[in-house]
Ligand binder design. Sequence first.
Ligand SMILES: Cc1cc2nc3c(=O)[nH]c(=O)nc-3n(C[C@H](O)[C@H](O)[C@H](O)COP(=O)(O)OP(=O)(O)OC[C@H]3O[C@@H](n4cnc5c(N)ncnc54)[C@H](O)[C@@H]3O)c2cc1C
Length: 369
Amino acid sequence: MTSHIAIVGAGIVGLSHAVAALDAGYRVTVIEEGSAAQLASIRNFGHVCTSVQAGEVGELAREANPIWRSLAERAGVEARVSGTLAVARSAAEEAVLVELAGRTAANERELLTAQQVARELRLAEPGAIRAGLMLAGDLTANPRTVVADLAAWVDAHERGEMRFSTSVRGIREGQHLTVETNRGDIAADRVIVATGHLVGRLFPELAEDVRECVLQMARVRAPHDMGLGPAVLSGTSMLRYGAFAGPAQEALRAETARIRPDLLDIGANVMFTQQPDGTLLVGDSHDYFDTAPPFLDERWSELLLADAAALLGAPRLEVLERWQGIYASSSERELLREQPIPGVHVVTVTTGIGMTIGPALGARTIAAL
Ligand SMILES: Cc1cc2nc3c(=O)[nH]c(=O)nc-3n(C[C@H](O)[C@H](O)[C@H](O)COP(=O)(O)OP(=O)(O)OC[C@H]3O[C@@H](n4cnc5c(N)ncnc54)[C@H](O)[C@@H]3O)c2cc1C
């Protein structure tokens, strides 16, 4: 009999494991408590932001990038090589971009003038924009469709099966592993637990350091015909991603604290990606809780939208939808990878980059079995 892997959670991390396991010849059952996966993996920007990661997650991001491209080809997942455009509107931001450009291979990046940035964003004139850095290899996926498309691919595979509306309550050891669900037991040789920020529900002892990071997001109409462009990062993004770290980033942090403490107060990372219908996914703020309250502070949205509008030279942005996203967060580690029971692998991304590195995590876990 082919060895059977049960996977708990049909977000990008669970489904990435499912694809890798099917490719490796296993039989796979993915168990998802929602009638569709509706948590972090559909609420994000879909930004596969390979080029701005550093350290171990940087390596994972580089491994994941070609897997994303192959998923687009063979599973029909909506993901395009869009590149990432980091836009500088001050000398301090420009210095961060110049520093990163100096550390990035010449064929992977291009420093742009204000006029070139304006052309990329199809702006009549650059306005406050001073410069940009185009990072060519990054992708933009459609978070509304990616996990549904991957789930359909898994379900159509002769050794794959999706079980939606099925909640896992526990995992029992014995002759083999037994996954206890609200719809009965499922036997498995291995279990992958990919339940995102809900990891503490099944394994509280593994997740003492895991908190819920809450982000405010909006989908807006593009203020002018922008074609389908790159993912766009701004100055506050330069304060968040590892690859921007350096003396210029520290100077920018000090300047932002002086000039825009309001953006720092809400943990802003003002950025947007463009979806196939032309609309923009704009965000985001960061706030941390043990259990996230559902309430969205409109002033936070206004700050994010006003800064994105200013970058695009628009008086305001027309909001089509708003939502809250939650991801697992830890101040102690970027990844939670544990084996609480022999044969049970718990995999949670504890920084907000699971879309970027999920496919590589799946490939690595399965290769190590
Ligand atoms: C607003 C926002 C923007 C982001 N932007 C980006 C971005 O642009 N790029 C990037 O790389 N990352 C981004 N991230 C982070 C990224 O979305 C997450 O890291 C990633 O989606 C986590 O995937 P996951 O599969 O671990 O979790 P999830 O997508 O949360 O999936 C976990 C699944 O497990 C299921 N589940 C939980 N418990 C059980 C159970 N007991 N039984 C059965 N099923 C269960 C849930 O229903 C859920 O569907 C963003 C996150 C947010 C919130």
